[in-house]
Design a protein. Structure first.
Length: 401
């Protein structure tokens, strides 16, 4: 099978990114089935190379390409080796994987192998064009901006009312106290329906994550910082929308692009997630440097934590990426459940524990303050600082894991 050169197409200055010099390497059946009538004049310099998914990629054509769409069989060792060989030869070439169907776990595995995005087979021209445009735009932004991604700490709740938002906000404030880079710390409230981070931190401003989700190609560092609400302790708050937003209306790719854009601007980023799990919230979780599961020493909390950990494991989030933060611990001689029981039951290490001081925490939150603004020597604040120090020591500021 020879390489086929298709007519060049040009998107003029219409606000749509020009996707020039894209190389498609796919099996003859899928390559020949592409319907160019849908807009085949839209990719300048497009080259299609039909070959089986275990045959060598044409290296010279790949070197000349701005992006490659590569058919992959994740269950075929030779097909995966072909992907690995391509990334070794051309590590800076954006790669879009083409395959019939992809679970979240499979996409996560391909991302670890260096894939930038995924398109479905058989090819749909509109999806192919949109994905190529998104990937090229992301690479352009990375080349122009700061390459570093800040450590991302995702705080998730085991059960409603376990204090996850209190942990997330105080962790962000403690990291902000430590930060000397001048970049600051960000907290993103992705609880799009019931988020209260801005209220807890008395954040000033009008912007929200909805502004960034709707930004399209305008999403850059200047826009990110203009949307952030100002707060105390060197923390920049990306608030949940004022109006309730349907969770199913969120586009996963836009959400991941939003998170990456914020990570490029700050030293540390803390992520507050909704209690309901969707494809986009699980995808956001997979991007985290560390996932902090907030639990209490109760049967109901540990039971629900177990269910969530099983869900995370099913999409490839497991091992040391998920750690426990035990909230509202008490100093009692006789305890029904202790921290050792939590570790044994959930099979995850305890990163830290936070003392029970509910009246003090509630008093601070009612005033839009952090606990240390009222009592810097409280056990609660001490435990939060230890947690922040542990994470900061593990992940250098401004460097992704």
């Amino acid at each position: 099978m020879g390489t086929q050169d298709y007519m060049q197409f040009s998107r003029k200055e219409s606000g749509v990114l020009i996707c020039a010099n894209v190389l498609i390497v796919a099996s003859p059946a899928h390559a020949d089935a592409i319907d160019w009538s849908e807009g085949g004049d839209a990719l300048p310099g497009l080259v299609v190379h039909p070959c089986e998914n275990t045959e060598a990629v044409p290296v010279d054509a790949a070197r000349a390409a701005s992006l490659i769409v590569l058919e992959i069989d994740p269950h075929n060792r030779k097909s995966m080796e072909r992907l690995g060989d391509l990334k070794r030869r051309l590590p800076d070439l954006p790669v879009v994987a083409a395959l019939p169907d992809a679970s979240v776990a499979l996409v996560r595995m391909l991302v670890r192998e260096g894939v930038d995005d995924v398109v479905s087979l058989p090819f749909k021209f509109e999806e192919l064009l949109e994905t190529a445009a998104d990937v090229l735009a992301q690479h352009k932004h990375r080349r122009q901006g700061d390459q570093r991604l800040a450590p991302l700490f995702a705080v998730v709740r085991s059960i409603g009312g376990c204090g996850a938002t209190s942990i997330a906000t105080h962790l962000a404030a403690a990291l902000g106290e430590r930060d000397t880079s001048g970049r600051g710390v960000a907290i993103i409230d992705l609880d799009l329906q019931f988020g209260a981070v801005a209220d807890y931190m008395a954040a000033q401003g009008r912007g929200s994550v909805a502004d960034l989700l709707n930004a399209d190609e305008r999403l850059d560092g200047d826009l990110v910082r203009s949307v952030a609400r100002s707060s105390v302790d060197n923390v920049h708050v990306f608030a949940a929308p004022d109006a309730i937003m349907p969770l199913e209306s969120v586009d996963t790719d836009r959400m991941l692009r939003l998170i990456d854009s914020i990570r490029r601007e700050y030293s540390y980023v803390v992520l507050e997630l909704p209690g309901a799990w969707t494809n986009w919230s699980l995808s956001a979780l997979t991007a985290a440097s560390s996932v902090l599961m907030v639990v209490e020493l109760s049967v109901s909390s540990l039971r629900q934590a177990r269910r969530r950990l099983d869900l995370f494991s099913s999409v490839g989030i497991e091992g040391d990426q998920v750690q426990l933060v035990v909230n509202r611990t008490e100093r009692r001689l006789f305890k029904t459940i202790d921290i050792g029981d939590a570790t044994a039951t959930l099979g995850r290490p305890v990163l830290g524990s936070v003392s029970l001081e509910d009246p003090l925490v509630h008093t601070a939150q009612d005033q839009g303050l952090m606990v240390h603004h009222i009592n810097r020597k409280s056990r609660f604040q001490h435990d939060i600082r230890v947690l922040a120090e542990t994470l900061a020591d593990r992940f250098a500021a401004g460097e992704t894991a």
